[in-house]
Design a binder for this molecule. Structure first.
Ligand code: FE
Ligand code: CA
Length: 510
């Protein structure tokens, strides 16, 4: 495999070489006569700045062994009459014939159309946009946040409904694929077995990407994407594996293969390959800063698992000494320090933090004593405190945390100390449900809400996504839910709508 003996510099070279044209003599490129359209996985764009964006595709089917030349065009119009830029690069087999064109020199705050060509074949047309210039004052920003699309648990119709939300961008917050071979009572059955090696992960991404609803949403606007555990393995933490599925002899190699497959299938920058770095900051003019975090790759293992088992559990934090250990981190020291620097910059009305999971404390035990899930922020209380201290120290304007992972909608207030329910809110939180992945249901939700009054709303049944519209004076969050995830054709409803006035840190039901 290519990864054997490849070091960081080699990866960087390969990523940069394939992300910009002209690293090999033209004669060495193959201009194949392709028997079928190689663009069956569609197109995508992502990680935009005010003057650049990543355009993605991956060739599939009966391909030549070597590199394949792929041309791309960016136009102002859908008919490609007014071309803004064009270029050419190589899809190399070492990267599954994926293409990541990092197109620079675009105009700020503009929508563009793009497409790819290989041989005589033409891709579908994608639509993308650049962000406003850093000093611009945009009137609005519309984002969707989504996560957790387990194939076995249902159809991806949420994406089809999202097409009509008129979005500027999608924040994908983790669990793009699941590594399992099957589920109990599957709605449909995935191809393949447990994903353990590079080819398994590639095939799993190809399966998910065969869904037209998902493809269409990728083609509709740029995405900001990060990962959670299931892109590798349930409940893994740093280089500590979880406990589901077969044990591989070398978990680091499994993780590296999974990270590579993520890069190969997502519209992300070269750093996601060379540095395995997916955390990043973006700027939507003076209206919003957007921070994307990685709470899996650098975290310490979950604390206080009963019997020393791996993975996650509900635990009593009092019964375990390492729970409050200040050295334990969810983001890792380097990312924590980076985040503190980002939060110190300021200059935007809203500070949007896209991260993987529920932030606020969720105590499952009514009355005295606590029962906390050790895989989320609850399991890393010192790290959570450093995060909220950074928000306070840097006087961060209007923090808005967006999350996923729990497969349930949770809406509430950030607190500097979740043990003091009367303390003033320092920000707001919208943790999203899943696209398809199952959850427990609402039977126990009322007592948990009552025990954790910093949350104002929760729903553990409905699947879908959230839409947040930001303006200089307020945000409006709409929780959108599909009627029946087990059917390909299903309608979408609004579950609830909330507003937050800028400067108020208070969630109000609309
Ligand atoms: Fe999930
Ligand atoms: Ca309690």
């Amino acid at each position: 495999m290519l990864s054997r003996g490849f070091d960081r510099r080699d990866w960087l070279k390969l990523a940069l070489a394939t992300a910009s044209a002209g690293w090999a003599p033209r004669a060495a490129w193959s201009q194949p006569r392709l028997r079928a359209n190689p663009f069956e996985m569609g197109v995508a764009s992502g990680s935009p700045t005010h003057d650049s964006v990543v355009l993605w595709t991956r060739l599939a089917g009966d391909l030549p062994r070597g590199p394949v030349a792929v041309r791309w065009e960016v136009a102002h119009d859908e008919a490609f009459a007014r071309i803004a830029q064009r270029g050419e690069q190589q899809a190399v087999p070492e990267l599954a014939h994926s293409v990541h064109a990092e197109v620079a020199g675009l105009e700020p705050d503009r929508w563009y159309f793009y497409r790819f060509m290989a041989g005589d074949a033409l891709s579908t047309v994608g639509r993308t946009r650049t962000l406003p210039a850093p000093d611009a004052a945009p009137a609005r920003l519309r984002l969707a946040y989504a996560s957790c699309q387990r194939w076995e648990h249902g159809y991806f119709s949420a994406w089809r409904h999202m097409l009509r939300e008129n979005l500027d961008a999608v924040l994908f917050l983790g669990d793009y694929i699941y590594e399992y071979p099957l589920a109990a009572s599957p709605v449909r059955i995935p191809t393949g077995w447990w994903t353990l090696a590079l080819d398994d992960y590639r095939a799993r991404y190809a399966l998910y990407r065969s869904e037209q609803d998902l493809q269409a949403m990728h083609a509709a606007c740029p995405w900001f994407a990060t990962w959670d555990d299931h892109e590798v393995q349930n409940d893994y933490a740093g280089l500590v594996p979880g406990d589901s599925g077969p044990r591989v002899p070398d978990f680091a190699a499994r993780r590296a293969a999974a990270y590579q497959a993520f890069y190969e299938h997502m519209p992300v920058r070269a750093a996601a390959l060379s540095e395995k770095r997916v955390y990043a900051q973006h700027r939507f003019g003076k209206l919003a800063g957007i921070v994307m975090l990685d709470s899996r790759q650098y975290r310490d293992a979950q604390a206080c698992n009963p019997g020393g088992k791996r993975g996650s559990a509900s635990v009593d934090p009092q019964a375990c000494a390492s729970w409050e250990d200040p050295k334990r981190s969810l983001l890792g020291a380097a990312q924590e320090q980076w985040l503190d620097g980002v939060l110190a910059q300021g200059g935007a009305t809203w500070t949007v933090v896209g991260q993987q999971t529920l932030f606020g404390q969720r105590d499952f035990q009514p009355g005295p004593g606590r029962s906390l899930w050790n895989d989320g922020w609850d399991g890393y209380p010192a790290a959570r405190r450093r995060f909220t201290e950074s928000l306070l120290k840097n006087r961060v304007a209007n923090p808005v945390l967006l999350g996923g992972d729990v497969h349930e909608n949770w809406v509430g207030h950030l607190k500097a100390d979740y043990q003091r329910p009367d303390s003033a809110p320092i920000g707001v939180e919208f943790c999203g449900t899943s696209i398809t992945s199952r959850s427990g249901g609402n039977a126990q939700i009322a007592p948990v809400l009552a025990e954790n009054p910093h949350f104002v709303f929760a729903d553990a049944e409905r699947k879908g996504y959230g839409v947040v519209e930001f303006t200089p004076s307020r945000l409006t969050t709409t929780l959108r839910v599909v009627d029946d995830v087990t059917k390909r054709d299903t309608r979408v409803d609004t579950l609830a709508t909330f507003t937050v006035e800028a400067g108020r840190q208070r969630v109000e039901a609309a």
